[in-house]
Structure formats: C-alpha cells, structure tokens
Ligand binder design. Structure first.
Ligand code: CP
Length: 329
C-alpha cells in the first residue's frame, strides 16, 4: 500500500482528472468539487422526470468481472439519468470466459465507440491496466479492484458524512472489521485523511489488520470497546471470507462477540454517532439488525447518495458540468 501508487495515470497532460482509479493522489479540492457537484444532482433524483441531457449521445459500458448489486446498479441509474447509452456486461457472458484477454475485450468494445468503462475486477490493478491502454478520449472508472481501491464508494461515503455530520476536521472516525482485505477501507482512509479528519482509527483482530497500517495515517485498535470511545462516525466493513486464505478468525460467533456492532457498542461512541456500512452486510456477524435498521444508521442513504455521486464523477471525467443543466420544465 504505497501512499501514491498512481501519480499520473488518472490525469491528462493539462492536469485534468481523466480517469478515477484511486483516491490516493487526489487533492481535497478535487474531492470537494465532486461532492459539491453531486449536491446539484441530488435534486434530479427528486424530479418527476429524473433525466438531464449532460451525457446524451455518450456510451458507458459497465464491465463487471465480480458480483455487485449496489455499485453496478447505481452506475447504471446514474448514467441513464445523465442520458448516456448504457451497456451492462458481466463475466459469465463475456468472451474473457472463453480465454480472451481483458484488454482484447476492452479494445473490442472500444471499436464500438465506447466513451467510458466502469470496471470491477477481483484482481488489484485491472482498472489501471485498462487506463494505460485506452485512447485519450476514453475514460475509466474503477468500481473496485481486488483489495486495492473502491474510490466511488469512498466518495459516496464522504458525501454522506458531510451531509449528516458536517466538517471532517471536527470528527473522529472508526473503520471496523476486515481491514486487511478491504478496498473500501483503503479508499476511505485516503479520503478521510485528504479531507482533514480529526482522527481515523481502524479496529479489528490482529489477523485482519495489515502490518504497518499506521503508515496510512490511522491508529489501530484490537479492542472494539476502546476503539469506539468518542467516535462520531462508525464505518463497518464486510468480512471478506472469499478473499481469506486460511483461518483468520476463530469462528463467526467469536468474531461477532468481539467485533459485531450492537446497540451496547454504539453507546460507547459519541452520543450522536452515526453508523455506516458499504454493503453487502452480514447481519448477526458484522452488525445487529437493531443497529443496521436503527435511527443512527446511514446505510440506505449511502446507497441513494451513490447515484448522485456517480453522476458527478461521470460528468466530471467527461467534462460535462451541471452549469449547463436546464431547469425542470
Ligand atoms: N459496496 C459495494 O461495492 O457493494 P456491491 O458489491 O453490491 O457493489
């Protein structure tokens, strides 16, 4: 986990954001610009006709080599609200399952005049690889690559935090669970530090905390009750059993006993603390239903905000800003 793993691929020669591959390397101004633009897209979701012509005539391909519910669907809705043409592809129906390379699949789709690829893959670096091989007019968004990065999830999380809690420099954050395998945690840590969070903690069993995680600017805790003390925003993670090699947790029951988020544990945090989870969540393992469905939970607002934030990112990369929006007739 280097602090600046992709210094230039994301930007064009003029320093404009061309792809969104990772939060690492962005500055606060860029992130805030994306969040501010997303604010203006929230209202489009509340209109009778939820569509604007910003990406009319553009083609977006959702290229998902790994399962997804939230990310794929909200990208599709976001692109359609911007009036783009959207094609959804998933691994089981793609020629990669017949031995074609990812780059040959991308070149084939590019030949059909695709303007943007939204890419999810189980291997770290796939979106970067594609970004290095596409022509200048094609844009790549990383929709999650291996354990590396999930930048649009972190952006929608930052949007939701700002919407509900305000200034980052006043807030203490705890990211809880399987930090080791989590692309979401890495992107959240980068985003929170870039935005000037007062404190960022990670909480989990030693086996699920990367070595030298403190180098990313966080404090590590293995005791959840200690780690939650005074926390304003509790950010839960999914236990990524499919990425685990060997027995990294003693048992599901023991994991829940030590790291499951219960109402009693929420009470250890600040009195007005909020709870987030990127989903998909495992009730009774990572979080109880009373917390997930409780009044402190921002889990469904995260999903809803994902549409406006992804609209903002797509519009920014393609150079179409909402100043050109027509008011609703
Ligand atoms: N948070 C997230 O990436 O969820 P999906 O796997 O459903 O897209």
């Amino acid at each position: 986990m280097s602090r600046n793993s992709t210094p230039d691929v994301q930007f064009d020669a003029d320093g404009q954001l061309r792809h969104l591959l990772t939060i690492d390397g962005l500055n606060a101004e860029t992130i805030i610009d994306i969040l501010d633009t997303a604010e203006s897209f929230i209202s489009i979701g509340q209109r009778r006709i939820r569509k604007v012509p910003l990406l009319h005539g553009r083609t977006v391909v959702n290229l998902f080599f790994e399962p997804s519910t939230r990310t794929r669907t909200t990208f599709e809705i976001a692109a359609k609200r911007l009036s783009a043409d959207v094609i959804n592809l998933n691994a089981s129906r793609m020629s990669t399952s017949k031995g074609e390379s990812v780059l040959d699949t991308v070149r084939t789709l590019e030949a059909m005049h695709t303007d943007m690829f939204v890419v999810r893959d189980g291997s770290s670096g796939t979106a970067h690889l594609i970004a290095r091989h596409v022509p200048a007019h094609v844009h790549i968004i990383n929709a999650g690559d291996g354990r590396h990065a999930h930048p649009t999830q972190a952006m929608l999380d930052m949007f939701t935090i700002r919407q509900h809690k305000g200034a980052f420099d006043q807030l203490r954050f705890a990211i809880v669970g399987d930090i080791l395998h989590s692309r979401v945690a890495r992107s959240q840590i980068h985003a929170l530090n870039i935005l000037g969070a007062r404190e960022v903690r990670v909480i989990g069993p030693q086996t699920l905390l990367p070595t030298e995680i403190e180098r990313l600017g966080v404090t590590a805790f293995t005791n959840m009750d200690d780690g939650l003390s005074d926390i304003d925003v509790i950010m839960m993670l999914r236990l990524q059993l499919e990425r685990m090699e060997g027995q990294l947790i003693p048992s599901s029951q023991e994991y829940f006993r030590l790291y499951g988020l219960t109402s009693e544990r929420v009470a250890r945090a600040a009195p007005d603390a909020v709870v987030m989870h990127p989903g998909p969540m495992n009730r009774g393992l990572e979080i109880t239903s009373s917390v997930a469905d409780g009044e402190r939970s921002l889990i469904l607002p995260q999903v809803t905000n994902g549409i406006a934030v992804r609209m903002s990112i797509m519009a920014k990369l393609m150079g179409s800003q909402p100043q050109t929006l027509e008011p609703e007739p």
